[in-house]
Design a protein around this ligand. Structure first.
Ligand code: GNR
Ligand code: NI
Length: 170
């Protein structure tokens, strides 16, 4: 597949509710592989389909250390089914909002149910960085971004900056 571009704010695709994937077929696996490639190249630890302009419920992740072997994860129609009462605060970045970091408090541990790349249902318990990353990616599928955790003033300042930049880049 030719290289996928990662879109940035204020592209409206990032704000749409992504639709469920209806079939896990070769086309979908090709898309997932392209997303993994774009994620590793960026580099990032996760990527959601809307970030490559595809409004479908598909995410890819890899939180392994870069010296260790790769541990790619593909999750189709992910659904967070349990959330711990314990919270953790982590400074998150987003490939669709370059150079912006936001401290976000989320459940420290979750269980996520999803279809794997063969279309089989899986359930995974995650904590630490993986739990944070999965929640960040599922937020993308619902059109939610890390800047939504800021005050409206701070969010609007960032959006204005990217809008301006998009005009000068064009
Ligand atoms: O690469 C990424 N790093 C990251 C760091 C902390 C919390 C979440 C993330 S996900 C991000 C890639 C991205 O934008 N995925 O949607
Ligand atoms: Ni992101």
């Amino acid at each position: 597949m030719s290289k996928l571009d990662i879109i940035t704010i204020p592209d409206p695709i990032l704000r749409k509710l992504a639709l469920p994937v209806e079939r896990v077929d070769d086309d979908l696996r090709r898309l997932a592989d392209g997303m993994l490639e774009a994620m590793y190249e960026a580099p990032g630890i996760g990527l959601a389909a809307p970030q490559v302009g595809v409004s479908r419920r598909l995410i890819v992740l890899d939180v392994s250390d870069k010296e260790d072997e790769k541990k790619p994860l593909v999750m189709v129609n992910p659904e967070i089914v349990t959330r711990s009462d314990e919270r953790r605060i982590y400074e998150e970045g987003c490939l669709s909002i370059p150079d912006v970091k936001v401290e976000i408090e989320r459940p420290a541990a979750i269980t996520v149910r999803y279809l794997d790349r063969e279309g089989l249902q899986q359930e995974l318990s995650a904590e630490a960085l993986l739990a944070t990353a999965i929640q960040h990616e599922v937020d993308h599928l619902d059109g939610r971004l890390i800047i939504d955790f800021l005050t409206r003033l701070k969010r609007d300042i960032i959006i204005r900056r990217f809008r301006k930049q998009a005009r000068t880049d064009a």
